[in-house]
Structure formats: structure tokens, C-alpha cells
Design a protein around this ligand. Structure first.
Ligand SMILES: *[C@@H]1O[C@H](CO)[C@@H](O)[C@H](O)[C@H]1NC(C)=O
Ligand SMILES: *[C@@H]1O[C@H](CO)[C@@H](O)[C@H](O)[C@H]1NC(C)=O
Ligand SMILES: *[C@@H]1O[C@H](CO)[C@@H](O)[C@H](O)[C@H]1NC(C)=O
Ligand SMILES: *[C@@H]1O[C@H](CO)[C@@H](O)[C@H](O)[C@H]1NC(C)=O
Ligand SMILES: *[C@@H]1O[C@H](CO)[C@@H](O)[C@H](O)[C@H]1NC(C)=O
Length: 450
């Protein structure tokens, strides 16, 4: 039974082997580079992680996610001979992160010397039974089992810093975990982020709330996972050389309903630019291109949108069900300059990876109110940006590519020397935990004075 799916058996066996190998290797390396950045990986029973993978076909209304588990969560390759491209599902980030952190050069088996404690808990996968399964009405229980375990098994690991040094990955928008405890029965989501038990830990999510406390958003994984420098450089060259024949592109669904919203405005503008002779402007063959991703057809098929993104100058990133979108990162990967319509789409989310004070250098902001309410044309705003400015912005977008890529596990040393999305997330988490601990100890000292 444990091996209903061959992919699963491979993952479970590999995790076991790598977790042993990883630790024994790193213990030997008494690396001075590791000062202040030691990580201890908490040992959790498999029902908190690998066992959850066994239920990959249990949630038919969600999706059968068994195929996405391949290659430690990167998914299946797009083609047999593809080197770097996978059919990656962003919700597998918990698995991807877990596998990658086993390669972190500063792991320690002694929690007392650790600067951060990683919980290899697959929070988003564990949430499925509450979101889509039989336990919908008890979703306020999400996480309680984990908390009990942490209090009962080696409780001193938690108590040392009251959980302030713990972190984990929750590969969904925080919205899925922030159902207020007072709403019964729950409308949507679990209450993991609302439980006081977890207020002290750092949660890495795909999107944060408007006023987050525990969570920090990190990039949605794209489908590109190179494993050496040459593959990354070849891609960057392709992006640089790509001929950009469309002014703007929108890849997504929606915008068909009658009520006014940005997606609808985008569709209207694109359709109009086709009717009015969609060519001949300043060397563009097209003003606007729409990649129809309705019914999830793009989700595991990156070719559908990557090629169009490579030939566009600007990629429109309107909010959807939630403010942020994976497409923002696909677009950056293609060197397509993002156009945002609200600050919650990225600026107030991904500060660790996309520095907040540089948005003007690599993106365009058009407030959605101006488009929907005041008739401002996106096309007009974008046409008014000079070619030189577009070129400069694209260079800045390209600078971001290595930082938002999730390189494949087992990459070459050359590629490991460049910081990718996980390196930056881990480094920033450790910094955040450090300042948290300083705050807590200051508070403790102050208390002794009253
Ligand atoms: C897997 O699904 C079965 C049936 O829904 C359930 O009884 C079991 O607890 C699940 N396992 C995990 C680890 O969630
Ligand atoms: C890809 O590989 C699989 C399994 O190795 C094989 O069954 C399939 O025929 C291959 N497809 C192509 C197009 O080569
Ligand atoms: C949850 O509760 C609602 C209302 O009490 C009920 O209609 C629904 O069937 C319950 N769902 C499950 C999965 O038990
Ligand atoms: C969280 O930290 C505070 C001190 O900052 C502490 O009083 C509280 O008990 C901690 N919560 C848990 C669940 O450990
Ligand atoms: C599209 O064209 C129609 C007809 O010319 C016009 O009424 C409408 O305002 C245009 N919409 C947009 C968004 O440009």
C-alpha cells in the first residue's frame, strides 16, 4: 500500500537517504561561514509530511496531485529531453523546499547551536482535508496536532525560544489559513494562522495577508529549474535576444463577467486593439496578446505562456481570486516587464526577493481605479514609455531572474554560488528570527524593571 505510486516510493526512499547523508556530511564541515546561520531540522513523524503524499489522489474535487510529486515536487519534465523545464505545481513548494534544505551547507544536529529551527511540515497538503475533504467543519483544528507534538516530544526545543526561532513553509496564499476562529462553521480556509499557538513562528507562504504578522510571501515557483550555470546563462541569453513583437500580454482566465473589473478592462482593450488594426505601431506586430488560460489549461503547461511572454514587452498582472499571481514570476523569468494594478499584488508581498524600493525600475504601476473607473487606457500608458526606458527596465527585470528561480536540487557548485529563491528565503528568515529574538529578550529585560 505504501507504494501505490512508484513516484512516491522513490521520493520517500530518497528523502530518507538524503536526510541521513545531508546531516552526516555537514556535521563534519565546521565552517566558519556558518556562524550565525546554523539550521536544525526538527524530526517530525511522517504523518506530518511524507505520509500526506500518499493521499495525493484522495481529493478529486481539488486535483489528483500525484503527477506533480515527481522530481521531489518539481513535477514531470515538459519533455523527455528537457533539461530545466518541468510541469511544476506551485503548491508543491513544501516538498521542493524540504528537499532543498537538506542541501543547506550549515545544518546542525545540535539544536542548541542552531539559529533557526526548520519544521518539515507540509502545511498546505495537510490543509487539503479541511479545505476539500471530510473535515471541513473542524478546520480550526489545523495545526493543533503539530503543536501538541512539539510540546510533548523534546519540548525544550520549542521552549528555548518559545517558538520564535521556528519556521515552516505553507505553499498556499495565507488567506487559505486565516479563517477566524469565531466563524462556525467555517466558510473557507483553516485557522492555522489565527491560532495563538503559532503566533511566534515564521511561515513562508505564497501570498501574505494585507497586514501579516507571522507570514512572509516568497516567490511562486515557475517551471524553470536549471541545475548548472550554463543552463541558466543560456536561458538569460535567450531572454535578452528575444524579439519582442507585442506591446503587452495577458495570460489568464476571467474577465468575462459583466461587472467592471481590471480583467474585463484588459479584455476590452485587447479586443478593441484587434478590431482597430492590431499592427503597425512603432514596429510592433501586435498591440495586445491574450493567452487564454481558462479552466486551468496553462497550469502545468508552461510552453503555452512562456513563448508568448518571451515576445512581449509588458506582462499585465491584474489581481485574480487573490491579489498575487504565479504569472508575475513566469513573466519576470521571460524578461517581460510586469504591470501591476494594486500594491498587494507584489509590492507589499515579496519584499525579500523583489526589493520594495526598486519597483519603479523594473515594473509599471497603473492603479486599477484609474482603469476601471476613469477610463485610463493601459495601452496609452505603455505606449508613452520610451524604447530606451523599456530597455533599461528589461535589464532590471533580468537582474531579478536568478533570485526568483528555484534551482533544481543537486545543482552544480557553480550554480549554488548564485543565490536563488530558496537561498534568499532562508537567509532572510534567519535575519528575521534574529531580530525577533532580540525584541523578545529586550522585552524580557524591560519586564524585570517593573
Ligand atoms: C489519507 O486519507 C485517508 C482517507 O481519507 C485518511 O483516513 C488518512 O488519515 C489520510 N492520511 C493522512 C496522512 O492524512
Ligand atoms: C519518454 O519517456 C517515456 C519513459 O521513459 C517513454 O515511454 C516515452 O515514449 C518517451 N517519449 C518520447 C516522445 O520519447
Ligand atoms: C458542515 O456543516 C454544514 C452546516 O452545519 C453542513 O451543511 C455540512 O454538510 C457540513 N460539512 C461536512 C463535510 O460535514
Ligand atoms: C510566544 O512568545 C511569547 C513571548 O514573546 C510568550 O509569552 C508566549 O508564550 C509564546 N507562545 C507560545 C505558544 O509559546
Ligand atoms: C472599445 O470600442 C468600443 C467601440 O468603438 C467603445 O465603445 C469602447 O469604449 C472601447 N473600449 C475600450 C476599453 O477601449
Amino acid at each position: 500500500m505504501a507504494c501505490k505510486f512508484p513516484i512516491l516510493c522513490i521520493i520517500i526512499i530518497n528523502f530518507y537517504i538524503f536526510s541521513q547523508l545531508g546531516l552526516s556530511q555537514n556535521l563534519e564541515s565546521d565552517n566558519s561561514d556558518c556562524k550565525n546561520r546554523w539550521i536544525y531540522i526538527r524530526k517530525l513523524p511522517q504523518n506530518f509530511n511524507l505520509d500526506l503524499l500518499k493521499n495525493c489522489s484522495e481529493y478529486p474535487i481539488y486535483d489528483n496531485f500525484c503527477p506533480h510529486l515527481a522530481n521531489h515536487g518539481l513535477g514531470q519534465k515538459t519533455h523527455n529531453n528537457s533539461q530545466s523545464w518541468y510541469r511544476t505545481d506551485p503548491y508543491m513548494l513544501e516538498l521542493i523546499f524540504h528537499r532543498r534544505i537538506l542541501e543547506y551547507p550549515c545544518l546542525t544536529s545540535d539544536y542548541t547551536s542552531a539559529n533557526a529551527i526548520f519544521l518539515p511540515y507540509y502545511a498546505g497538503l495537510d490543509a487539503l482535508k479541511y479545505l476539500y475533504g471530510p473535515e471541513q467543519n473542524s478546520s480550526f483544528n489545523h495545526g493543533k496536532e503539530l503543536f501538541d507534538f512539539l510540546q510533548e516530544d523534546e519540548p525544550e526545543i520549542w521552549r528555548r525560544n518559545m517558538g520564535h526561532d521556528h519556521f515552516l513553509v505553507m505553499a498556499r496564499p495565507a488567506w487559505d489559513f486565516s479563517q477566524p476562529l469565531t466563524i462556525d462553521p467555517p466558510i473557507w480556509g483553516t485557522s492555522f494562522l489565527e491560532l495563538p499557538e503559532f503566533f511566534n513562528i515564521t511561515c513562508l507562504t505564497l501570498e501574505g495577508r494585507a497586514w501579516p504578522w507571522q507570514e512572509q510571501a516568497i516567490p511562486y515557483p515557475t517551471s524553470f529549474h536549471p541545475h548548472n550555470l550554463n543552463l541558466l546563462d543560456t536561458w538569460l541569453q535567450r531572454v535578452r535576444k528575444s524579439r519582442r513583437t507585442s506591446l503587452m500580454l495577458f495570460a489568464g482566465g476571467g474577465g468575462i463577467a459583466n461587472n467592471p473589473n481590471v480583467r474585463r478592462s484588459i479584455r476590452d482593450e485587447c479586443e478593441n486593439s484587434t478590431i482597430n488594426g492590431n499592427s503597425g505601431y512603432n514596429g510592433y506586430e501586435k498591440i495586445c496578446e491574450i493567452v487564454d488560460c481558462s479552466n486551468g489549461v496553462c497550469e502545468h503547461d508552461p510552453i503555452r505562456f512562456m513563448k508568448p511572454m518571451l515576445r512581449s514587452r509588458f506582462c499585465l498582472q491584474p489581481p485574480g481570486d487573490t491579489p498575487s499571481r504565479r504569472s508575475t514570476f513566469d513573466g519576470i523569468l521571460a524578461g517581460c516587464i510586469p504591470v501591476f494594478f494594486e500594491e498587494l499584488s507584489a509590492k507589499r508581498q515579496f519584499g525579500w526577493h523583489l526589493p520594495e524600493d526598486q519597483y519603479g525600475d523594473f515594473s509599471v504601476f497603473i492603479p486599477k481605479e484609474d482603469v476601471v473607473g476613469n477610463g485610463l487606457k493601459i495601452v496609452d500608458v505603455l505606449k508613452s514609455i520610451s524604447r530606451a526606458e523599456v530597455r533599461r527596465m528589461r535589464e532590471n527585470v533580468m537582474e531579478l531572474i536568478p533570485k526568483v528561480v528555484y534551482r533544481r536540487h543537486g545543482s552544480s557548485l557553480g550554480l549554488r554560488s548564485k543565490k536563488d529563491a530558496i537561498d534568499i528565503a532562508v537567509e532572510s528568515t534567519i535575519r528575521r528570527i534574529k531580530s525577533r529574538l532580540t525584541e523578545v529578550s529586550v522585552q524580557k529585560v524591560l519586564k524585570t524593571f517593573v
